[in-house]
Design a protein around this ligand. Structure first.
Ligand code: NDP
Length: 434
C-alpha cells in the first residue's frame, strides 16, 4: 500500500490473489526465493499520454490515455481498452493484474495489459468518437504490435471504437496486422467474439453446477447490466433452458417474473447495440415492471450473474441473495463483488464462479481471433463455439483441481488464482531475474 497509495481497487485485487496464493507458495520455496508474487504485482510499464481532439462545435478537448503493460511472461500483452469518464490508473492496474491470471487460465499464450481513456463515448456523435479514437491511436500505435501488445474492447469500447482505432493503426503503420481484437468480421474479426464472454460465463457456470450435481436448466436467473457481457450471458442462459427474470443498466432494473421471451431479448439487443437505448425504454416498450436506481440483487432467483461493473455487488446485496435462496453467483464482469460480499457468499455456501475464470471466454476467443489472423483464415461458428466450450471446460477443471478443499468443497477463487499463478510464475522463473 505504501508503494501504491490511493489505489483501493488495485489493493483489493492483489489482496484477493494473495489470500489464495501465499499459503500455496509457502509450500514452494522457489517462488518465495525469486519474489515472484511481488514481481507480478509490478507492471512491466505504464504509458500515460495526452489525447487531444476536436468536438462537433469546433472546441478543442483534452483527455488522458493509458496503457498498463502488466506482464508478458507467457505471450504478448493482451487486454481491453476502457473508455469511461471517471477512469483512473487504479482501475487499470487492478484490471491488468487480474488479466495476468485470467489469460494464463485460458491455456493460450497471452500476456496481460489493460488501457483506455477518461473519455465517455455516451452522448458523443459518431464523428466525435472517430476523431477521439484516431487521436488516441496516433499515440498508442507506438507501443503496440501483433507480437508486442494486442488491445481489445471493454466498457465503452465496442466494434465501432475498435474499427476507428484499427483504421488509424493501419494508416499509420501501413500494414494490415492483427493488432486489435474484437474487429468486425469484414476485416479480420472472429465469429462468436461478441458473444464469447457471456457464453463462456454460462458454460463455466454449467460446469460448476454439474460438479455439484446441479443443473442450469429450469433455473431462474438475474443478470446485472445490459452491455456486451450481460446480453450474451442472457442469450446463452435462455438457450440452455433457464430463464432470465431481471436485467439492469446504471439507471435501474426491469423485472419479468415469468422470464424474458426471445422477443424481449431480441428487442433488448437491438435497443442496446444499435440504438444505445436505456432499460427504462425497454420496460416502457413492453410495459413491464421498472425500478429506477435499483440493482437486480433484491429479486429472488436461483442463479445471479454479475455482468455490469466492479464492486456492484455489496455485502447487503449478498445477504439479500442468500436470504432469497440463491444457489450460485457467476462473475461475468471483472471484480463485481466486494471482498466482504465475496466472503459472506462463500461462507453461506453459495457456489461462486470468480471473474478471472468465469469471464475468460472473451479473451480466449480474442486469442483465437489472433490465431485465425496469423493463418489468414476464419474458422466456422460451430468450431469456434466448440473451442470456447472446451476452453471453459478446461478452465473449470484447473480451477477445481487447485480449489479442492479438505472438507471436499471447491473454492474456485483459490483454484483460479493458483492455477493462473503457476504458469506465469514458472515462465518468470525460467527467465531469471528480469
Ligand atoms: P458494456 O459497456 O458493454 O456494458 C456495461 C453495462 O453495465 C451497461 O449496461 C452499463 O449500463 C451497466 N452498468 C454500469 N454500471 C452499472 C451499475 N452500477 N449498475 C448497473 N449496471 C451498470 O461493458 P461490457 O459488457 O463489455 O463489460 C462489463 C464488465 O465485464 C466489465 O467489468 C468488463 O471489464 C468485463 N469484461 C468484459 C469483457 C468483454 O469481452 N466485453 C471480457 C471480460 C470482462 P449503462 O449503459 O447505464 O452505463
Amino acid at each position: 500500500a505504501r508503494r501504491n497509495p490511493n489505489e483501493p481497487e488495485f489493493h483489493q485485487a492483489v489482496r484477493e490473489v494473495a489470500e489464495s496464493v501465499i499459503p500455496y507458495i509457502n509450500h514452494h520455496q522457489k517462488y518465495i526465493d525469486a519474489r515472484i508474487l511481488e514481481r507480478m504485482t509490478e507492471p512491466d510499464r505504464i504509458i500515460i499520454f495526452r489525447v487531444c481532439w476536436e468536438d462537433d462545435d469546433g472546441h478543442i478537448r483534452v483527455n488522458r490515455g493509458y496503457r498498463v503493460q502488466f506482464n508478458n511472461a507467457i505471450g504478448p500483452y493482451k487486454g481491453g481498452l476502457r473508455f469511461t469518464s471517471n477512469l483512473s490508473l487504479d482501475t487499470l492496474k487492478f484490471l491488468g493484474f487480474e488479466q495476468t491470471f485470467k489469460n494464463s487460465l485460458t491455456t493460450l499464450p497471452l500476456g496481460s495489459a489493460k488501457g483506455g481513456a477518461d473519455f465517455n463515448p455516451k452522448g458523443k456523435s459518431d464523428r466525435e468518437v472517430m476523431r477521439f479514437c484516431q487521436s488516441f491511436m496516433t499515440e498508442l500505435h507506438k507501443h503496440i504490435g501483433a507480437h508486442t501488445d494486442v488491445p481489445a474492447g471493454d466498457i465503452g469500447v465496442g466494434a465501432r471504437e475498435i474499427s476507428y482505432m484499427f483504421g488509424q493503426y493501419k494508416r499509420l503503420q501501413n500494414e494490415f496486422r492483427s493488432v486489435l481484437t474484437g474487429k468486425e468480421l469484414a476485416y479480420g474479426g472472429s465469429l462468436i467474439r461478441k458473444e464469447a464472454t457471456g457464453y463462456g460465463t454460462v458454460f463455466f457456470t454449467r460446469e460448476m453446477l454439474k460438479a455439484h450435481q446441479k443443473e442450469l436448466e429450469g433455473k431462474r436467473c438475474i443478470v446485472s447490466g445490459s452491455g456486451n457481457v450481460a446480453l450474451y450471458t442472457a442469450q446463452k442462459v435462455m438457450q440452455l433452458g433457464a430463464t432470465v427474470i431481471a436485467m439492469s443498466d446504471s439507471g435501474g432494473s426491469f423485472l419479468i417474473p415469468s422470464g424474458m421471451t426471445q422477443e424481449h431479448l431480441n428487442h433488448l439487443i437491438d435497443l442496446k447495440e444499435k440504438q444505445r437505448g436505456r432499460i427504462s425504454e425497454f420496460a416502457e416498450h413492453f410495459d413491464c415492471d421498472y425500478y429506477p436506481d435499483k440493482k437486480v440483487w433484491d429479486f429472488p432467483c436461483d442463479i445471479a450473474f454479475a455482468c455490469a461493473t466492479q464492486n456492484e455487488l455489496e455485502l447487503n446485496d449478498a445477504k439479500e441473495l442468500v436470504k432469497n435462496g440463491c444457489i450460485a453467483l457467476a462473475e461475468g464482469a471483472n471484480m463485481p463483488t466486494t471482498m466482504e460480499a465475496s466472503h459472506y457468499l462463500r461462507e453461506a455456501g453459495i457456489l461462486f464462479a470468480p471473474a478471472k475464470a468465469a469471464n475468460a471466454g472473451g479473451v480466449a476467443v480474442s486469442g483465437l481471433e489472433m490465431s485465425q489472423n496469423s493463418m489468414r483464415l476464419s474458422w466456422p461458428l460451430e468450431e469456434l463455439e466448440k473451442r470456447l466450450e472446451d476452453i471453459m471446460f478446461k478452465i473449470h477443471q484447473q480451477s477445481k483441481r487447485y480449489g479442492q478443499q479438505s472438507d471436499n468443497t471447491i473454492d474456485y477463487i483459490r483454484g483460479a488464482n493458483i492455477a493462473g499463478f503457476t504458469k506465469v510464475a514458472d515462465a518468470m522463473l525460467s527467465y531469471g531475474f528480469v
